[in-house]
Write a protein that binds this ligand. Sequence first.
Ligand SMILES: *[C@@H]1O[C@H](CO)[C@@H](O)[C@H](O)[C@H]1NC(C)=O
Ligand SMILES: *[C@@H]1O[C@H](CO)[C@@H](O)[C@H](O)[C@H]1NC(C)=O
Length: 368
Amino acid sequence: MMRGAVAVLTLLIIITIVRCEPQVPCYFIFGDSLSDVGNNNDLVTKAKANYPPYGIDFPGAIPTGRFSNGRVFVDRITELLEFDNYILPFSSAKGEEILKGVNYASGAAGIRYETGQHLGERISMYDQIMNHNETVAKIKEIGKTSAVPKLEECLYTVNIGSNDYINNYFKPGYYYISSSLYNPDEFAEELINQYAANLKILHSLGARKIAVFGLGLIGCSLGEIYTFGTNGSLCVDKINAAVQPFNQKLVNMVDDLTMELSDLQLTYIGSAASTDTGSAIADAPCCKVRDDFQCIEFEAACEGRNNYIFWDGFHTTEAVNVLTGEIAYSALDTKHIHPVDIKTLVSIDRESMINQVKNSMSSLVSSA
Ligand SMILES: *[C@@H]1O[C@H](CO)[C@@H](O)[C@H](O)[C@H]1NC(C)=O
Ligand SMILES: *[C@@H]1O[C@H](CO)[C@@H](O)[C@H](O)[C@H]1NC(C)=O
């Protein structure tokens, strides 16, 4: 009898330990191929990654549609938030699975609707938010009969815009006319206006804790270097220069929307990517690439994948993605974030966040 009771008690304790709650009740993910976990698998597009060698280092060595050899950065954030499972793609999440969150990200997608169209179907930022509207309706429906998470306590991340440069502005001749309509500053302005309008819709659907991601050094990706050449530089400088105003305006948008929407907690996470890659291999992809710089189907991948920066011509290896997720969750320094990292975003309220901005500003003033 006693031994039975002890066993039951022990079991209860173990269950309590294993079933610890994640730091937020749910996590919703918006973005492009950097965040996609399978939404493009059933779309008619060249921008999909559900074939080997993609996924070679994912549990089970399964090609899930992730554009890497293993996890993507939102997977690492999901782990750090202490979820038991990765957030499922909208295309396959069903029933009560959506209560933990949904991933809407779509390879080749951009802020602008036409972005990526030469590759085929994709789900633009606005369409992803419309898919989220469907999820919200389903959650309300489930809420009639059982407990559902409070959407305002959940985390939302948005990492989008790279394709508006790679597969639009810097792809003239594929019916994209944006580079003849706008100079880089005007184009960035257009993108950010649309971005802000989309975020307001997301806010109207209950989102309160949102992290938006700045764009990385797109001009240093192998795909762009192979396409444009570097003219003796390390990277395609004109592309990196064109993306800079986007990141600056995104930071400003964070401040503007925070002023405008009195219950929103919005933060900017900049890319910590640098041209100094240490001893890692940055001048070759790990897999053999097609002429669109994705991996060739069923070709072998390189050995020592952790030593590579690039998995294919545009996407980084799992090793880089893991680091990206970790720095976004817990920033090493405040240079790349405005005003807080994700760990802080999910743990403090709006007032504390605004105080943090005031404090950092007064310390800037006093150190000036
Ligand atoms: C969300 O969907 C509902 C129908 O379920 C619709 O009435 C509403 O206009 C949609 N919201 C947005 C922001 O489009
Ligand atoms: C290449 O670099 C030279 C010297 O910096 C510059 O004058 C020229 O405009 C560049 N060409 C292109 C295509 O960027």
